[in-house]
Ligand binder design. Structure first.
Ligand code: GLU
Length: 474
C-alpha cells in the first residue's frame, strides 16, 4: 500500500459526537494498521458555527478514547499549520491560480439575484443549477464584494472507486457553479479540504457517507490543478434501533463521548464498541483491545449497510471490561456517583470496597452502581410468584427460623461470621445446597440470583437482614 497518510478533520462546531469519533477511530486504525500517519486537521472556516471550547473538548475526548495523532495543532509536523483559519494565504494563492486559468470567476450576484435566476431556470426546465454565469463575462473588476465560483465543466463525469461503495459516478450537470471563496475571503469546506488534502499528502479519505455528494466537487478541483485525488471511502450512517438515521436530537441514544465518560463508561470498552459500528473482523469475536483491532483492521470489511447502534451490545462490552478492573480502579469509577447520590458519606472505604466488589460482575457502567444500590437496599420488598412458591416448600420456614435465631444471638455481622452462621443453619436445619441458599437469598434480597450471599448480607447489615427474614417467616 502507498505511504498511508489519513486525516480526521473535525469542525469545532460542538462536542465530540459518536459518529465523528467513529470516523476518527477508523482513520486511526487504518493508519496504524499500515504504519502510516494520522493527522488531525481543524476545519474551522465556518466561523459562524464554531463554538467556544468545542475544539478543546473534541481533542480532549479523542485522547480520552485512546485515539492519538501524529500531527495536529499541538503536534506540528511538516505540513502545518493544521488549522484552516491559519492557512488563508495558501487558499488565496490557489484560488488566484484557478482565476488566472479561467477555471473560476468572480460572482457579484446577491443572494436575491441568484434566487430569481434559479427560479427562472427552473421555469425553463433547467433545474440543474447552472447559472448564466453573467458575472463570468464581466471584464472590469468591480469594487463590489464577490464570491469566487468554480466554473463547473460541461458534460463531464466523475468516477471514483470508493473503498466502501465500489464504483461511484457523478455528472457535472448535477452540480451548479459552486463557491470556492466566500465574500470575506474565507474558503468553503470543499475548496479548503482539497487544497489541504493535497498539500498534506493525504493518501486516503475515509469519512461519513453524508459527504459523498461533496466528492465530485472535490474531484473537480483535483482535476483543475492536475493533482491526483486520494482514495475515497464513505462509511455508512449510524442508525438507531428503529433503523432511523441517528440525529443529534434523538433522545433514545446517548451521542456525545463526554456523556459516556460522565456515566462511567470505560474508554477501552467504548473504543472496542465504536470499532464494531460498521465494521467487523473476520472472526465473530467481539471483545478486542486496541492492539488486536489494529492488527485485524481491514477497510474492505467496512459494512455496506447502515451500522446499527446496539445499546445492549455496548452494555455487554462495557460490562466485560468492568469485570476485569482492579478493585481500586472500580472504586475510582463508581465513587463520583456514590458521592453524588449521597451514598458514600459516612461510609468507610471498606464498606465502599465491599459494595462495588459485590456488584462488579453486574455493572454495565459506573453510574449504575447507584441503581443497583437502591434496588438492593431500598427496594420495597416484593416477592414474585416464583419466589413465594419457593418459600412455601416444606422445611423452608424452619430454615428461616433457625437462621433468624442464630443472627439474633450474634454481634459482629461480618462476611466471615455470616459464612459461619449459614454453615450452622445448614447443620441445625439439615437443609442443603439450593434448599439452604435460595430461601435465605429470597428472604433477604428478594432476588433469586445475585451477588455472593455472605458479602451481600454483611453489606445490608444485621438490622435489615433480621427485619427481612422476620417478614418472611410464617
Ligand atoms: N469538516 C468536515 C466535517 O466535520 C470533514 C469532512 C471530511 O472529512 O472531508 O464533517
Amino acid at each position: 500500500m502507498k505511504n498511508v497518510r489519513v486525516r480526521y478533520a473535525p469542525s469545532p462546531t460542538g462536542h465530540l459526537h459518536i459518529g465523528n469519533a467513529r470516523t476518527a477511530l477508523f482513520n486511526y486504525l487504518f493508519a496504524k494498521r499500515h504504519k502510516g500517519s494520522f493527522v488531525v486537521r481543524i476545519e474551522d472556516t465556518d466561523t459562524l458555527r464554531n463554538v467556544e471550547g468545542g475544539l478543546e473538548s473534541q481533542l480532549k475526548y479523542l485522547k480520552w478514547l485512546g485515539i492519538d495523532w501524529d500531527e495536529s495543532i499541538d503536534q506540528e509536523g511538516e505540513y502545518g499549520p493544521y488549522r484552516q483559519l491559519e492557512r488563508l494565504d495558501i487558499y488565496k494563492k490557489y484560488a488566484q491560480q484557478l482565476l488566472d486559468q479561467g477555471l473560476a470567476y468572480k460572482c457579484y450576484c446577491t443572494e436575491e439575484e441568484l434566487e430569481a435566476e434559479r427560479e427562472e431556470l427552473i421555469k425553463l426546465g433547467k433545474d440543474k443549477l447552472h447559472y448564466s454565469r453573467k458575472c463570468y463575462h464581466l471584464k472590469e473588476d468591480k469594487e463590489l464584494p464577490y464570491v469566487l465560483r468554480f466554473k463547473v465543466p460541461d458534460d463531464t463525469t466523475y468516477t471514483f472507486n470508493d473503498v466502501v461503495k465500489g464504483e461511484v459516478t457523478f455528472h457535472s450537470e448535477d452540480v451548479g457553479d459552486w463557491v470556492l471563496m466566500k465574500r470575506n475571503g474565507i474558503p468553503t469546506y470543499n475548496f479548503a479540504c482539497v487544497v489541504d488534502d493535497h498539500l498534506m499528502k493525504i493518501s486516503h479519505v475515509l469519512r461519513g457517507e453524508d459527504h459523498i455528494t461533496n466528492t465530485p466537487k472535490q474531484m473537480m478541483v483535483y482535476r483543475a490543478f492536475g493533482w491526483d485525488a486520494p482514495t475515497f471511502g464513505h462509511m455508512t450512517l449510524i442508525v438507531n434501533e428503529n433503523n432511523k438515521k441517528l440525529s443529534k436530537r434523538d433522545q433514545s441514544i446517548i451521542q456525545y463521548i463526554e456523556q459516556y465518560q460522565e456515566l462511567g463508561y470505560l474508554p477501552d470498552a467504548l473504543f472496542n464498541f465504536i470499532a464494531l459500528l460498521g465494521w467487523s473482523p473476520d472472526s465473530k469475536k467481539e471483545i478486542l483491545n486496541k492492539q488486536q483491532l489494529i492488527q485485524l483492521f481491514d477497510e474492505k470489511r467496512l459494512s455496506t449497510s447502515p451500522a446499527k447502534f446496539d445499546k445492549e451490545k455496548l452494555a455487554f462490552i462495557n460490562n466485560r471490561y468492568i469485570k476485569k478492573l482492579h478493585t481500586d480502579e472500580l472504586i475510582e469509577l463508581c465513587m463520583p456517583h456514590l458521592v453524588e447520590a449521597d451514598i458514600a458519606q459516612e461510609r468507610d472505604m471498606n464498606w465502599i470496597e465491599q459494595l462495588v466488589s459485590m456488584f462488579q460482575d453486574r455493572l454495565s457502567y459506573g453510574a449504575e452502581i447507584v441503581e443497583l444500590y437502591d434496588e438492593f437496599f431500598n427496594q420495597s420488598f416484593k416477592l414474585n410468584h416464583e419466589m413465594k412458591e419457593f418459600l412455601d416448600q416444606e422445611g423452608v420456614n424452619n430454615t428461616l427460623k433457625v437462621f433468624r435465631d442464630l443472627i439474633e444471638g450474634w454481634q459482629e455481622f461480618t462476611e466471615e461470621n455470616i459464612k459461619l452462621l449459614i454453615k450452622a443453619t445448614q447443620k441445625i436445619s439439615e437443609a442443603k445446597g439450593k434448599m439452604l441458599y435460595m430461601p435465605l437469598r429470597i428472604a433477604t434480597t428478594a432476588q433469586m440470583h445475585g451477588p455472593d450471599l455472605p458479602k451481600a448480607l454483611a453489606l445490608l447489615g444485621k438490622h435489615t437482614v433480621l427485619e427481612r427474614v422476620e417478614e418472611n417467616i410464617k
